[in-house]
Design a protein around this ligand. Sequence first.
Ligand code: F6P
Ligand code: MN
Length: 321
Amino acid sequence: MILNDYLLANTASPALATTISSLAEAAIHIADLAAQNGLPAHMSGQMSLGAVAGSVNEDGDDQKQLDILADRLIQAALQDAGVGYYFSEEEAEPLCFDEAGELAVASDPLDGSSNIDTNASIGTIFSIFPADTITDNLPPLGREQLAAGFFIYGPQTVLLLSFGKEVAAFALTPDKAFVKMTWDVVIPRQASEFAINASNAAYWHPKIAEFIDDAIYGAGKETSNMRWIGSLVADAYRIFRRGGIFLYPADSRPAYAQGRLRLVYEANPIAFLIEAAGGVASNGEAPILDMAVTSLHQRTPLLFGSADQLAPLLPSTHSPS
Ligand code: F6P
Ligand code: MN
């Protein structure tokens, strides 16, 4: 089944279907750009798409050439689809495209941009919600998302998409169609792989440090394997594929009291997918999807993945049914 047929069968909203298929068109373009990064112009010394563009985004990350191109492509796609408002990692303020637009979209147009030149997977994350839920220029709770997903540009370009009940996966074929994969996207409750940037260990809070110690030394059980790609989409994709957990907790570095990831366009869409696949996504105290949005670029600690594996770090009220 191709993406457009899935959209027809799974949403009664033409605006929502158009927005997602428009995002898919932009993603095809971004995947092409990423695949051709610097070729053949590399030979003549043209800048790579992973080169810093000389600007920083609102959260202080260096903007890369591809961050900016991806943001432009997403903007054009959303305007074509009649989307009302756009909240982007790469824009300081929300953009209004059409006051009468039914929908609003939040996006990290190019996640994992430090990996562009390393040829590791990168992606585009998106969150779609009704425009009339915007209050004081801010999106609503993550629970109010109508749909969310991400495109991952790796050996395969894949879209993971959810309307809240299930997660569907679509692989991009060589003739540029997103075709539904025969993959039941369900996260096992228990696995033995964890992802954390261990170079921050000196700054972890004791609860995290003890948990990771137990994962590494076993604490009477089997030891766990570690993976850290450094692109949220890539670490998340692995967890959808075979379970495990991702941790970017708060730590004691001055700028990391709320972790590293941004609530509106990273944590919320990922959490929406994770819950739909039977996993848990939390800030350590409450589900990500129940967090009040207080600013567009707000950070949040982000812990997600296999429910039982994550349980020791969460309040007991927190597990999925
Ligand atoms: O977008 C933020 C991001 O690049 C994520 O893709 C990734 O999970 C994380 O930051 C990596 O952070 P760090 O460089 O601190 O390991
Ligand atoms: Mn990102």
